[in-house]
Design a protein around this ligand. Structure first.
Ligand code: SF4
Ligand code: SF4
Length: 133
């Protein structure tokens, strides 16, 4: 198994430093890979990253919600969406995303769609190269 970062991620980077095996990477280029991603072959399923995420974006793979009910006001970040988000990461650096959408209260979203893209980042995406650096 692995843990999965879902499209609730807004790249604030709080999860990165707590990972004991350094397997959480920011997606690059950001306009193709807007989330942070967890290398499934390196993750040891410790769960340390979960409570660090202010957006509650991280789940064990088998607990990623197929029907996530939005509180309202949170964003999802997915390619093809066109709303704009400006925030900052935990280091105070700006985070700008143009592939987001604000969720309505009670809106139900399937977050399991994010599982495959996490795997893809480390196979067909640039993640495998990043791990070698
Ligand atoms: S579950 Fe543990 S090993 Fe896996 S990404 Fe999170 S902190 Fe890293
Ligand atoms: S802490 Fe959450 S929002 Fe921040 S980079 Fe990690 S998964 Fe994304």
């Amino acid at each position: 198994m692995t843990y999965i970062i879902t499209s609730l991620c807004l790249r604030d980077s709080s999860c990165v430093d707590v990972c004991p095996v350094e397997c959480i990477l920011p997606g690059k280029p950001i306009d193709e890979w807007p989330l942070y991603y967890i290398d499934p072959d390196t993750c040891i399923d410790c769960g340390a990253c979960v409570p660090e995420c202010p957006f509650e974006a991280i789940f064990p793979e088998d607990e990623v919600p197929a029907a996530y009910t939005a509180k309202g006001g949170e964003f999802i970040s997915r390619l093809g969406l066109t709303e704009h988000y400006e925030g900052a990461n935990e280091h105070g650096e700006p985070v700008i995303l143009d592939c987001v959408r604000a969720l309505e209260p009670g809106e139900v979203v399937d977050l399991t769609e994010d599982i495959q893209s996490n795997y893809d980042y480390f196979t067909e995406g640039p993640g495998y190269k990043a791990l070698d650096m």
